[in-house]
Design a protein. Structure first.
Length: 112
């Protein structure tokens, strides 16, 4: 059995939306506003590693109620001030904190 390549682009936004319990249109809006990792290919597939970044964007927008400009600024700070390992460690920590939110809290936030 081959090892998984977490950097290979294999997931469409609709699958990521299902993973995050978000609406595909919401993620498309994030993409249109430049909040998601940039994909040059026509299919716009995302990697497993991209899911963490997309989840963080969704968390900032839906739970913390930060607007697109604020999220862009936060992502810029992360990109400019953290190396890839530190950034991934940070996103792992954020993911752990997001898991502590109850499913009801996340559903309530996305229904608004």
């Amino acid at each position: 059995m081959a090892l998984l390549n977490n950097k290979k682009n294999v997931l469409p936004l609709s699958s990521i939306a299902e993973i995050l319990s978000a609406k595909p249109r919401t993620l498309k809006m994030y993409e249109d506003k430049g909040l998601l990792p940039i994909k040059d290919d026509i299919k716009k597939l995302y990697s497993i590693d991209d899911v963490k970044s997309i989840a963080y964007v969704h968390y900032l927008a839906s739970v913390k109620k930060i607007n697109a400009n604020g999220i862009k600024y936060i992502l810029e700070i992360l990109k400019d001030n953290m190396d890839e390992k530190t950034r991934n460690d940070f996103l792992d920590l954020v993911e752990t904190e997001m898991e502590k939110l109850s499913a009801t809290d996340v559903k309530d936030a996305t229904d608004i």
